[in-house]
Every structure is written in C-alpha cells, then in structure tokens.
Design a protein around this ligand. Sequence first.
Ligand code: SF4
Length: 302
Amino acid sequence: MNIPELQKAILQLKKEKNAYILAHNYQLPEIQDVADHVADSLGMARHALTIKEDLVVVCGVYFMAETVSILNPEKRILIPDTNAGCPLANFAPIEEVRRWRQHYPDHTFVAYVNSSAKVKAEVDICCTSANAVDIVRRVEGDKIVFLPDKNLGRYVQKRVPEKEIVLWPGFCVVHETADIEAIVKTKELHPDALVVVHPECPEEIQEMADGICSTGQMIQFVENHPETKEFIIVTEWGMVYALQKRFPDRVFIEPSHRMECKNMKRITLAKLYDSLKEEKFVVKVDEQIRQKAYKSIEKMLA
Ligand code: SF4
C-alpha cells in the first residue's frame, strides 16, 4: 500500500477498534497526519489522562509508551516498534541510578521523563524540558541530582543558581549534533528569522538562541511573536513539520545540517498499521514499579 492507502486503512482500523493514536512532535509527517493528538512528552502525558478509548497506540519512543501505560494502567497501550528506544534514557541504567542514590543520600533526585519506568520509580520526581526549571525551583531541598541530560541540567542550573545541582553525564545524541556553523549560515540567509533552540542542545548552541523552548513551548513562542515571519528551528525536524502545519502563514526553517532521531523515525505507517491490526506490541509496566513511577509523575503533573 502507498502512503494515502495506508493512512486510509489506519483510520478505518482505528474507527473499527475504537483506538486512539497519540504521537510525538518528532514523528514522520504521515504519522502526525493520522494521529488524534500530537504533542511533546509533557503534552502526551497530560493528554493521556483524558483519553476515553481503551486501546491507545503511542507513536514515539519506548519511555513515552511506558509513561502513558503508567498513567493509564487499565488501558491497552501499544507501540508499533519496541526497538524505538531513547539513547538519552539509556544513559541512566537503573543500577547506576541506585549507586548514585547511595553516593548522594542527601540529594533530591529529579529525572527528566526521558528515562525508563524503573528509573522513574527510583527517583523523587520527574520533569520534562517544559517544566524542569519550575520543578527544580520548587522541590524541597537545596541539593539536587539532575538526570540524565547534562545540557538540560545546565540550562536549569543557570536559572536556579540558589540550588546545588549535580549533573548526570548523559545527552541526547540528536541535539548534541546541533551545528553552530549550520545555524550561522542559515541565519545569514534569513537575517530576520528568530532562532529557536531545544534545551537538550549544548550550551554554546543555547547561547545563540532567541528562544530556548521545549517543542510544546515552541508553539507558544511563535504565538508570542505575531510580527515574525521566519523561525530557524533547532531540534528534530519532525517539529518543523508540526509547526508548519499549525502556522501555515509563517516559515519554519531547519538549519542546513538536518537533525533526525533515528529511533523516532523507526515508527512507520506500515508498522502503525500492523500494530493496530494485530494489537501489538503491548507495553505494560510491572505493577509495583508502576505505582512508584506514578508517584514521581503525579508530583510533576501536580
Ligand atoms: S530526540 Fe533525543 S531525547 Fe528525543 S527520543 Fe531521540 S534520542 Fe531520545
């Protein structure tokens, strides 16, 4: 089947099975077009709580499907490809997190949602790139261990200088490749464009930005700049499509060096179709882990 045929078949199956498709902003354009809701990870987690359907297909990486499952244990949660992992989450294996907890017994552990369910169960609270500054500012205690993203952690550190923050040495393999020269060249070609950067990018890239935003905040940023016609978007390219679709009268430009998350792009229309048809692959978090992880996410959502 070609793309339009697959999309039609997916929408038909979705209707027959009373299923819901939840997609991340970094998904392929053809996946975003058949999704019921497209958002960043905080948006997905929040939205998951409002879903009525019993069958939910998560088009994103594995920890996102786990998070939806943690929040909706009574629902059947599917992911079209179980190999769609997040290399950033893999920087923080549970054994290492437990070792750090012993080493830093007086610290509050804050985990970015890009972490496994087991790690979420082990830490004190979760955060996303949209709310990391607020969460760290508000948690009890002046000593924090922030994991697993050092770039997001450094971004938080600068904005919450009153707290002592120990950074976990992980990073996103996609945002780490953001290229200064490519951004400078793109800016030369579009001098009036505002540069919008994801906080998972390294510090020197953040310093070039007119706005540092999670993907959800990028939407807000564009809304807050009604006079600006062009934006250079320094994040995974799926977001450029999501923004262009939402704001057809503006222009969203990728830096000349494309940033692509191979794991996000593992989810294809054909896999989504098979997932819905055969109701595979089910993501279910062990109940004991789920309950503990739920507390960390619940605190964040509160
Ligand atoms: S873009 Fe980075 S953080 Fe997001 S899923 Fe891909 S590797 Fe993980």
